[in-house]
Write a protein that binds this ligand. Structure first.
Ligand code: KIV
Length: 291
């Protein structure tokens, strides 16, 4: 028998009032106002990345309230080694697909490297493309104090911004993939970055690869929700890269990833079964043929 998900039945995750982000019964798209209300209620919420319409539609059906069309598409979807080469054209195309595949989730489109670092006007031009051409409900960009002017102009212009501090993968050539915020000075800088993006008007902030105690402190002092990835259990939300979470990524995944399925093995096994059927003449059968 097909099992109905919690989101379909509305039976779990505090959905009885029909207002929670995950497990809620609403059919309209989630907005940044819903995200702010969740912080006030003290409600935790999940975010997953998505890069295509079909995968996004599965996560939408599962009730995932916020999807990030991350520039992690570079290494997880487009075959680049890092996020650095990803272009705004690519992000626009992928974001549009995710928007088309969903009807409830808030879709956040990532501004790729080189599309906002020149200054606020370039950021506004790039974000406007994601909003107008792809239809995203919000954009994300990396950087704390260094990006506050960009965030201010986008927010003033009516574009909700999710900020991203701690490890910022677009700066891999400068900072590598190392835990951020270790030591008193680095911790104080992370706190300044967190306050800077909140003051600039960001509606949420991703904390990537920072010590759990520091992420908990940032979460306590901010009014906007924190979205953790490798940042411990005390953040308001948690995000994972979907190909890591579902076991599609080849090779090693970061320690902070919990793998909920082994899609790589499932897909490889199915492809091999198909190949063997074709080679051995077991596929197609009469029921797969037309006359
Ligand atoms: O691009 C991405 O997927 C991200 C998440 C890791 C937060 O920035």
């Amino acid at each position: 028998m097909t099992q109905l998900s919690a989101a379909q039945t509305g039976t779990t995750s505090g959905s009885s009032d029909g207002k929670t982000l995950y497990g809620g019964k609403g059919t309209r798209r989630i907005t940044v106002r819903d995200i702010a209300a969740a912080k006030e209620r003290g409600e935790k919420w999940p975010m997953l990345t998505a890069y295509d319409a079909m995968t996004a539609s599965v996560f939408d059906e599962a009730g995932i309230p916020v999807m990030l069309v991350g520039d992690s598409a570079g290494n997880c979807h487009l075959g680049y080694e890092t996020t650095v080469p990803v272009t705004l054209d690519e992000m626009t195309m992928l974001s549009a697909a995710v928007v088309r595949g969903t009807s409830r989730a808030l879709i956040v489109g990532d501004l790729p490297f080189g599309s906002y670092q020149e200054g606020p006007v370039q950021a506004l031009r790039s974000a406007t493309r994601l909003v107008k051409e792809a239809g995203v409900g919000a954009v994300k960009l990396e950087g704390g104090e260094r990006s506050h002017r960009q965030i201010e102009l986008l927010v003033e212009s009516g574009i909700p911004v999710m900020a991203h501090i701690g490890l910022t993968p677009q700066s891999v050539n400068a900072m590598g993939y190392r835990v951020q915020g270790r030591g008193e000075e680095a911790a104080q800088q992370l706190l300044r970055d967190a306050k800077a993006v909140q003051d600039a008007g960001a509606f949420a902030v991703v904390l990537e690869l920072v010590p759990a105690e520091l992420a908990a402190e940032v979460t306590r002092v901010l009014q906007i929700p924190t979205v953790g990835i490798g940042a411990g259990a005390q953040t308001d939300a948690q995000v994972l890269v979907w190909t890591d979470m579902l076991g599609l990524t080849a090779g090693r995944v970061p320690r902070f990833v919990k793998q909920y399925a082994d899609l790589r093995e499932v897909m490889k096994g199915a492809a091999q079964a198909f190949a063997e059927d074709v080679v051995g003449g077991a596929f197609p059968q009469e029921e797969h043929s037309v006359h």
